[in-house]
Design a protein. Structure first.
Lengths: 829, 139
């Protein structure tokens, strides 16, 4: 059997709970039936008992009645009937009257003569007797009780039905259940003389019977022989047969089964679905005469008294008793549930413990690792299957022996020392031992020894678990050899990679230098031009200074007063202005000035005009006229011209120097190599400008250059390497146009990139060429002009900037390179 | 014919023209006027104008070689076609040997002077040219 999963355990508990609940429920049900039965039986006994009680009550009552009748009959009624003595009559009447006074149960007493005429009649008003006067006495000859009584023998008594008294045809209220008793009166000769009649009020006796039943919570019903209802559980049906308006006159109309039982069985104790009941017929005649051999109307006058207890009432009682047990049942249920839960837990724990032990035992037998257990003296007490498979020894051969004999001698002694030391200190050792099999072969075993101690901490067992690791050792050796090979290859590859890297960096540098070499002549021109200008301007200044200082000084001293003032004014106010005339306008202005001077008949007009324009005084001619007309005009204007030239040449030197230094700086930037390979902040536009300065001499001839730089921010980049990108593309553009055409450089920006579009109007490329241009060593240039590494390197540099290059080209109309440089490279770091 | 003499200088760099003009004027300003231009095309117009108007006699043409548009050798060749007798020198930071040779062959280039130039040497050349011109006029 397997350990059941937890879900099953829950199911088991569930079913056990269900069983417990059902059991308690069915116990309660059984208990109910038992109780019901018990109660029924109790009531049966009661019914029997009360019925007997009823019988006694009725017998007593009817005995009384009997003795009353006997007593009154024994009075000398004959005398009353036969003798007409008023006094006697009066005495008898008085006697009767007194008697009636004491007998509450009789309602009326009458004596009728043989003709049916009332001789004496005593009624009752309430409990008080009233003697009816003679004139009010009636003849009742035709009444059934008179006629019936006539038929009786001397000792018989007539007994009427038990019914309600009627007055003038209506039921008297409050109802008066009544029995009429009559006895014929005979003389000595057995001649019929008259009848004595009692009206017996049954109300009291009925009450008494009811009370007796009610004292034991029994229902009592009464029916007459015909099945009319006299008394019933439902009071409204009492005496209903007397009521003309009532539809229910017979028991069978409302409770047919009861009537069937009555008419079928007549008497006895019964139990059925309605409950328990006792049917008992009473024969008033028997009661009265204490005999059963009646003559008349015996059967007709009988009543049935049914005492009963309804099943509904019994079951209520039973339920009530059962209900008293419910709290206890709930307690029992809860207790049971807890007990079941605990028991199940316990059972499962027990089971899982057993399973664990079984699994452990199975594992012990079936594991591929050899296991050897020895006792505190290190004598072998158990080994598993794998042990035998590895070592070749069976348990029988080993039992009780010391494991020493497994040793091969190959294991170093230090290892055993360590083993025992570790076991002593930590209770566990793990390592490799070289052991010998039964067949003599030596093998390495990976071994773990644990010490097992009892609760008191005394050493009980050594447990050794081991594997034969011969295979693993061989594999490991192979792996180590392989690994060594791999490491060696890796080092070689890394070395090669390093070499390649440094080669690439050298290539980039030499590409750059190659480009520079091609440019060097142009660059020389670019530098020599400002140098020439500087040199000449310096000479010019020096000449001017030499010439004019003395001349100006002399002029100031020698000029007439007016001219002197004007001369000084012009020097101080007008000469310092910078030259702002376009060269193309120079000739025109000079001509105009010459014409003006000629108009004034001034000598050396052209030379003077030259100098005036040089001195930037062309607009001050009118002011100058007095000096121009002076005989020393040429000297004066010459000093102006020289002074102005000092200013002009000085500024020229400044311009030239800045030009030269711009070129030098660009060259420096261009050839610079960033050794650290670190990124720096730089503006793309600055890099492009550097390249353009270097290429200025090539571009300026016949290439129209348009630039849209957009003024974007500096980005983190490999600035020097990007110069290599611009150099390559711009150089290709210039060369493809054969130094003639339009070169457009546009810088754009989007979310991620700064984008450089470099377009030329050169010869363009075919699709095939476009596909190859980024391959290393591909070139369309003549041998010696390009290494073919340019765009390959460009591509690498751009990729280093997380970017890309797109080429768009059409043969005959030009090429556009679009370079995307990631502007957020710094964010990744 | 005017007695004025003219020297025409062409260079795309104004700084060179400023320095050159002053230098020449300082040396021989009394005898010559200096016409300057930043491009060969414009310079040709000036030369044509001077020749047509006969307002001044051109003594010397000085030209840079590396310029946008028309290069120095081409300019001198075309100037030579207008005034073949005028002396021509090239003053440049750098020039193709082939271009110099072509100018010599086709424009009777007198001398190539490289920038930065020696002022005395340049003026010497100019003065020589002037002397020749004067002799021509006198002769």
């Amino acid at each position: 059997m397997q350990i059941k999963p937890n879900g099953n355990k829950k199911a088991v508990i569930f079913y056990e709970y269900l069983f417990l609940i059902l059991m308690i429920f069915s116990s309660l049900v059984l208990l109910y039936f038992y109780k019901y039965n018990n109660i029924s039986n109790e009531y049966k006994i009661l019914l029997d008992q009360i019925t007997k009680e009823h019988k006694v009550i009725l017998e007593n009552e009817f005995n009384d009645i009997r003795s009353d009748i006997d007593y009154l009959s024994s009075r000398d009624i004959l005398q009353l009937l036969q003798v007409n003595s008023e006094k006697l009559k009066k005495d008898i009447k008085k006697d009767f009257f007194n008697y009636m006074k004491t007998k509450e149960k009789y309602d009326q007493l009458r004596i009728l003569n043989l003709n049916g005429k009332e001789i004496i009649r005593i009624d009752k008003k309430g409990t008080f007797p009233v003697l009816i006067p003679e004139d009010k006495l009636q003849n009742k000859k035709e009444r059934y009780y008179f006629q019936d009584t006539l038929k009786l023998r001397p000792d018989d008594i007539y007994i009427s039905q038990l019914d309600l008294n009627k007055e003038h045809g209506n039921i008297e209220l409050p109802i008066k259940p009544m029995i009429r008793l009559a006895k014929p009166i005979f003389d000595k000769n057995l001649n019929f003389n008259g009848v004595i009649i009692f009206n017996y009020k049954a109300k009291k006796i009925i009450k008494k019977l009811q009370k007796s039943a009610a004292s034991y919570n029994l229902n009592m019903s009464m029916f007459n022989k015909q099945g009319n209802i006299l008394l019933y559980e439902d009071d409204s049906l009492n005496w209903s047969f007397m009521n003309k308006d009532s539809k229910v006159k017979f028991l069978k109309q409302i409770n047919k089964s009861l009537w069937d039982d009555i008419s079928q069985y007549e008497r006895g104790l019964f139990e059925n679905e309605r409950g328990v009941f006792y049917i008992k017929p009473y024969f008033p005649y028997h009661l009265l005469l204490n005999q059963s051999n009646n003559i008349l109307s015996d059967n007709d006058k009988k009543w049935y008294i049914v005492l009963s207890k309804n099943s509904k009432d019994i079951s209520e009682l039973a339920l009530k008793e059962v209900a008293e047990l419910i709290p206890f049942s709930i307690f029992f249920l809860l207790f049971g549930m807890i007990a079941i839960w605990k028991l199940t837990e316990f059972r499962y724990n027990l089971k899982s413990e057993e399973e664990k032990t079984r699994i452990a035992s199975m594992t012990f037998s079936n594991t591929a690792q050899g296991i050897m257990i020895s006792d505190e003296k290190n004598q072998i007490i158990q080994v598993n299957k794998a042990f035998t498979e590895i070592t070749g020894y069976h348990f029988d051969e080993l039992s009780g022996k010391n494991p020493k004999f497994l040793k091969s001698g190959k294991t170093k002694k230090e290892i055993f020392k360590l083993l025992w030391k570790e076991l002593k200190e930590h209770g566990v050792w793990e390592g490799v031992l070289w052991n010998r099999r039964k067949d003599g072969t030596v093998y390495p075993s990976l071994l773990k020894i644990n010490i097992f101690k009892d609760e008191k901490g005394n050493l009980k067992n050594y447990i050794a678990v081991f594997s034969d690791i011969t295979e693993q050792m061989n594999t490991q050796k192979k792996l180590e050899a392989k690994n060594l090979q791999i490491l060696e290859s890796k080092e070689k590859i890394e070395f090669a990679m390093d070499e390649l890297k440094s080669a690439q960096s050298q290539i980039i540098q030499s590409e750059k230098m190659a480009a520079l070499g091609q440019l060097i002549a142009g660059v020389a021109h670019e530098i020599n031009t400002p140098l020439g200008a500087i040199n000449s301007s310096a000479t010019n200044i020096s000449n001017a200074v030499d010439n004019i200082l003395l001349k100006a000084f002399t002029l100031v001293q020698e000029l007439p007063k007016d001219e002197k003032a004007l001369y000084i004014e012009i020097i101080s106010e007008d000469l310092s202005r910078t030259h702002n005339i376009e060269f193309s306008d120079l000739r025109r202005i000079k001509k105009e000035v010459t014409i003006r001077l000629n108009e004034e008949n001034i000598e050396h007009a052209r030379r003077l005009a030259d100098m005036i324009v040089t001195a930037n005084l062309e607009e001050k001619i009118e002011k100058l006229l007095p000096l121009l007309k002076s005989h020393r005009a040429k000297e004066i204007i010459e000093t102006f011209s020289k002074m102005s030239s000092i200013v002009l040449n000085t500024s020229n030197i400044g311009l030239a120097v800045s030009r030269a230094s711009r070129i030098v700086k660009a060259l420096k930037n261009f050839s610079h190599k960033n050794i650290d390979d670190e990124m720096v902040y730089g503006k793309i536009a600055d890099g492009i400008e550097t390249v353009l300065v270097v290429y200025h001499s090539q571009i300026k001839r016949e290439i129209i250059l348009t630039k849209e730089y957009g003024g974007f921010d500096a980005i983190l980049c490999h600035f020097d390497e990007l110069n290599q990108v611009w150099t390559n593309i711009i150089q290709n553009a210039i060369q493809s146009m054969n130094y003639k055409g339009s070169l457009s450089i546009v810088i754009l920006e989007d979310e991620q990139y700064q984008i450089v579009k470099i377009s030329d109007t050169g010869i363009g490329m075919s699709q095939e060429v476009q596909e190859k241009i980024f391959e290393p060593f591909y070139t369309t240039k003549p041998i010696g002009e390009g290494t073919g590494l340019g765009l390959d390197i460009v591509n690498k540099i751009v990729k280093k900037h997380n970017g890309k290059i797109e080429v768009e080209s059409k043969i005959g109309s030009g090429t556009t390179f679009t370079v995307y440089i990631d502007k957020n490279l710094g964010d990744d770091i | 014919m005017s007695d004025d003499l003219a020297i025409v200088c062409v260079d795309d760099e104004e700084m060179v023209l400023v320095a050159l003009r002053q230098q020449i004027e300082d040396a021989i300003g009394d005898e010559c006027i200096v016409e300057v231009s930043t491009s060969g095309e414009e310079a040709l117009e000036i030369i044509q104008e001077l020749v047509d108007e006969e307002s001044a006699s051109i003594v010397l043409i000085v030209s840079d070689w590396l310029m946008p548009g028309m290069r120095g050798d081409e300019f001198l060749i075309r100037a030579h076609q207008i005034c073949p007798k005028v002396e021509k020198i090239m003053l440049s930071g750098q020039a193709d040997d082939s271009a110099i040779k072509r100018a010599k062959d086709e424009a009777n280039l007198r001398e190539f002077i490289s920038k930065p130039w020696d002022a005395d040497h340049l003026i010497g050349v100019i003065k020589d040219a002037l002397k020749i011109k004067k002799n021509n006029i006198l002769g």
